[in-house]
Write a protein that binds this ligand. Structure first.
Ligand SMILES: Cc1cc2nc3c(=O)[nH]c(=O)nc-3n(C[C@H](O)[C@H](O)[C@H](O)COP(=O)(O)OP(=O)(O)OC[C@H]3O[C@@H](n4cnc5c(N)ncnc54)[C@H](O)[C@@H]3O)c2cc1C
Length: 437
């Protein structure tokens, strides 16, 4: 089908071009840097057959498509001047007996947590309420229950996907197992357009919310203590650390996290690494979905474009590297917010073999992000300083166009198997973008 009017007539959903009414109301990329990448066509899909029709139309016209879920890709991979498939209309959530949830590919995390809460279930998934479940899951999915239950993709038991030839495939461990393996960590938009995901959910726990702030703490000691303790803490506890430097102010440290233990035992465990006098705010008795909604993510609604570079660490950062990182973070300047975020790994993330899913990073202690405005050279200098002590691995959901050897950094030893899967399922590279497999 190459005729546009015929294509539009065949859809359950809608087709938008830049001059159609409603074009500006489509789900836009979150990162300001990609807001002005205006697609030639946007297909708002309401059914699996809309996705099939869009792929067939693009193939017949020699065009390309970019699927868009939550629109959060840091490298703008769901933005294109060509055709965007807006999957926001495929957002159903249902839970069957035994806790198996079927979630539409366009669902966002806020509604996913709320929808599962109604059944007393949840998923170990990420923070931002508008992050798309599909982009998150296809690249892994790190969150506050991950040290206990693993990555979001570790709970995936089946995927429905439309392949570049227009065929609709239901894959799992027994059907197209290689494809299913690749969909658990190889990243979004690599092999086809996912239309729905099936998850083995977990019972929603009651949680204790953890938060502490310091403006005049000894940072080197705090980070050293955190990196020695948080990755080895009991699985029930995930505590992350964020350092923010605003011009003309001292660096602010924030500790935030979740525990599935009561307030007393949570407090006792935290005292293993924070001194007795620190003011830690604990709020117990929150269903996990409610705890999630209380944590604002500064990247969720950025006022200006942000650049993020990150890496995993399988060992602690040395004292000398840390001292240099902290000096650079807080160096005197007149503009530009800078942030270093430390996310604890370990626990259940690392109890899965490196080759068991496409997500290869199963021996890491923590993830460190460097976040600032794109013009601030600090992101590169801070990343380069930390890189000296890193494992050289990078989380695919924080894609980094500046990497020299992206295949090794994102996929490590899983890359050869992924290239075979790409050749089998997308032999003509219908899905292609910088750093695609
Ligand atoms: C504010 C914010 C908070 C975040 N928090 C976390 C967190 O807590 N934990 C974590 O692990 N990550 C987090 N991330 C990173 C996040 O996991 C990635 O940005 C992820 O790719 C977002 O998915 P999306 O659907 O929102 O984005 P999109 O930009 O829509 O999609 C991302 C990629 O997946 C592809 N894709 C989307 N839908 C489909 C589909 N149906 N089929 C095939 N390919 C598809 C896109 O083409 C693109 O390549 C966060 C990012 C932001 C901006």
């Amino acid at each position: 089908m190459s005729d546009l009017a015929e294509f539009a007539d065949s859809l359950d959903g809608e087709l938008f071009s830049p001059d159609s009414p409603g074009y500006d109301a489509i789900r836009r990329p979150v990162n300001v840097a990609y807001r002005e990448v205006r697609p030639r066509l946007v297909v708002r899909c309401l059914s699996v057959s809309d996705v099939v029709a869009a792929i067939r139309y693009a193939t017949a016209t020699g065009d390309r498509i970019a699927p868009r879920g939550g629109g959060h890709c840091f490298s703008g991979r769901s933005s294109t001047h060509r055709i965007v498939l807006d999957l926001s209309g495929l957002d159903g959530i249902s839970v069957a007996a035994g806790g198996i949830a079927t979630i539409g590919a366009g669902a966002q995390l806020g509604p996913v947590y709320a929808g599962l809460h109604a059944y007393g279930r949840t998923l170990p998934a990420g923070c931002g309420p508008t992050v798309g479940i599909t982009g998150l899951t296809l690249g892994g999915g790190i969150g506050l229950l991950g040290r206990k239950h693993g990555l979001t993709c570790d709970r995936l038991v089946g995927v429905q996907i439309v392949l570049p030839d227009g065929s609709v495939v239901d894959c799992d461990d027994d059907h197209e197992p290689d494809l299913f393996w690749g969909l658990r960590g190889a990243g979004g938009g690599q092999f086809g357009v996912v239309t729905s995901l099936r998850f083995d959910t977990v019972p929603e726990p009651m949680t204790t919310r953890i938060e502490a702030h310091w403006s005049d703490v000894a940072l080197e000691e705090l980070v050293s203590a955190w990196q020695a303790w948080a990755p080895d803490a009991p699985d029930e506890l995930t505590v992350n650390l964020s350092l923010v430097s605003e011009p003309g102010a001292s660096v602010q440290a924030t500790l935030f996290g979740a525990s599935t233990l009561e307030e007393g035992p949570t407090c006792e465990l935290l005292r293993e690494f924070i001194d007795q006098d620190s003011a830690i705010e604990l709020r117990a008795g929150l269903p996990y979905s409610q705890l999630k909604s209380t944590f604002a993510d500064p990247r969720e609604v950025p006022e200006s474009a942000l650049r993020i570079r990150s890496e995993f660490f399988s060992h602690s950062i040395s004292r000398s590297t840390l001292a240099s990182l902290l000096t650079q973070l807080g160096e005197p300047r007149t503009t530009g917010r800078r942030q270093m975020s430390f996310t604890a790994m370990g626990g259940a993330y690392n109890r899965v073999a490196e080759g068991a899913t496409a997500f290869a990073h199963r021996g890491e202690r923590f993830l460190l992000e460097h976040i600032a405005e794109p013009a601030d050279p600090w992101v590169d200098s801070s990343w380069a300083t930390a890189h000296a002590d890193s494992s050289g691995r990078v989380y695919l959901n924080f894609p980094d166009p500046a990497l020299d050897d992206w295949a090794a950094a994102y996929h490590a030893g899983n890359y050869p198997r992924l290239t075979d899967i790409k050749k089998a399922y997308d032999p003509h590279r219908f899905f292609d973008f910088p750093q695609a497999i």
